[in-house]
Design a protein around this ligand. Structure first.
Ligand code: ZN
Length: 424
């Protein structure tokens, strides 16, 4: 088999730099929020680049962009790659953009290598992965998964009180075609998203490629501890029912549960605490705090919720406080397709690249894609693990290396016959 050409660092660097000229906050990181002037310009740029490398460009009713490299048998289901171009405020230059620019470069390489591929290969720009404008992330991929409907767009409201539905309308997207966004199982052969790691595991290991075996799913809890609000000077220690002291013991316990887990993807964070009445000279009568828990193992998250319940009850008894736990969200992790992972391992071996099998702690559009298509992801190293910050950095050479793995993986997948050997 003829060899696939290498990706060009220069192309990747130029596209990422050009894309990041569309920015509301020059000098203070990248701010490019869904359907703002800068984001619309970035979309235009990407569509132009897709056409330049010979892709057919389409857009669906929520603004997901599809750049298609036609295969010899376009009736077969397509192979996907892609990511997003919107950012959080004052973001870095690589989160999302790497997968879009890298995807376009991978398709260019496949095309110019002149190698035969049966399936269409598509690079997707998913609409609004970040929740910045409408408070909900992954809008484009969510709609593909059927989790956001046309009616649902009436309930997503931005800071100015405008609904997503109205915004789409004003931009000329056809509401009547919203239902066409949804994908069914079998519509897409498989998807590989290239993304920066946003953590420092690869850097620590000195490896350049991460192969994602699962995306950790969040579980969010709100725990309330109710004690008695009393005078901080006049109430002796033995008779107190201090909600804060009790909450602190529960929080330490939760941290310990995650810390002692054998599963490195298991993490738990208490990041927000409301204290009532919140005065220096008053024993807190009520404390409410959040728990953000993530793992690639749903069962383990269930077990930890149970343990938190047992602990809260025990501390409630000892401290004389009342505790309650509310489960706000409890998501299933997305498990990557074993076959795609095997293909990528083979590609890394043939390109003589060391890889690390890893769980993605952050969620990505691939989490929603997993509902209708087999997926995996390629991670490239983030310097110092910094992300969602203007100092976010990934070496362009490392992105190029990821694109080389991506291109060969997409090419192999595009010549596979059927889903017969796939695990469900
Ligand atoms: Zn991202």
């Amino acid at each position: 088999m003829a060899h696939i050409k290498p990706a060009l660092v220069e192309n990747i660097r130029k596209d990422i730099e050009n894309l990041n000229m569309y920015n509301e906050t020059p000098g203070e990181g990248i701010t490019r929020i869904l359907f703002t002037e800068q984001e619309l310009k970035a979309r235009k740029y990407i569509k132009k680049r897709m056409r330049e490398v010979g892709l057919e460009v389409e857009e669906d009713a929520i603004g997901n962009i599809y750049g298609t490299l036609k295969g010899s048998n376009p009736r077969l289901s397509p192979v996907w790659t892609g990511s997003h171009i919107d950012t959080v405020p004052h973001a870095g230059s690589f989160d999302g953009m790497t997968g879009v620019v890298g995807g376009i470069e991978a398709l260019r390489v496949i095309k110019e290598s002149g190698l035969r591929h049966e399936r269409n290969i598509q690079v997707i720009v998913f609409t609004s992965e970040e929740p910045t404008r409408f408070g909900k992330g992954c809008l484009g991929s969510r709609a593909m998964a059927g989790d956001l409907t046309r009616n649902g767009t009436n309930y997503l409201v931005d800071e100015d009180g405008k609904t997503l539905s109205k915004v789409l309308d004003e931009l000329g997207y056809n509401n009547e075609q919203f239902h066409l966004i949804k994908k069914e199982k079998g519509d897409v052969y498989g998807c590989v998203e290239l993304h920066i790691e946003q953590g420092a595991i690869l850097e620590r290991l000195g490896k350049k490629i991460g192969i994602v075996t699962a995306i950790s799913a969040p579980t969010d809890l709100i725990i309330e501890v109710e004690g008695t609000q009393e005078h901080a000077g006049a109430t002796p220690m033995p008779v107190r029912r201090d909600a804060m002291a009790a909450a602190a013991k529960i929080i330490i316990g939760i941290e310990g549960m995650a810390r002692t887990s054998d599963n490195p993807s298991m993490v738990a964070t208490v990041g927000k605490l409301d204290v009532f009445p919140g005065a220096t000279n008053v024993i807190p009568g009520m404390v409410r705090f959040t728990v953000d828990m993530r793992s690639d193992n749903f069962k383990e998250k269930e077990q930890i919720i149970n343990k938190i319940e047992v602990l809260s009850n025990a501390i409630g008894d000892i401290e004389g406080v009342k505790t309650s736990i509310r489960i706000v969200s409890h998501e299933y992790p997305a498990v990557a397709d074993a076959h795609i992972v095997e293909v990528m391992k083979g590609v890394c071996d043939s390109q003589r690249k060391e890889y690390n099998l890893m769980v993605s702690g952050a969620y990505h559009d691939s989490m929603f894609v997993s509902r209708f298509a087999p997926f995996s992801m390629i991670f490239v190293p983030s310097r110092g693990g910094i992300s969602h910050h203007k100092d976010e950095w990934t070496d362009y050479e490392d992105i190029k290396s990821g694109v080389d793995v991506l291109a060969e993986t997409l090419l192999i997948m595009s010549n596979e016959k059927e889903n017969t050997e796939r695990n469900e």
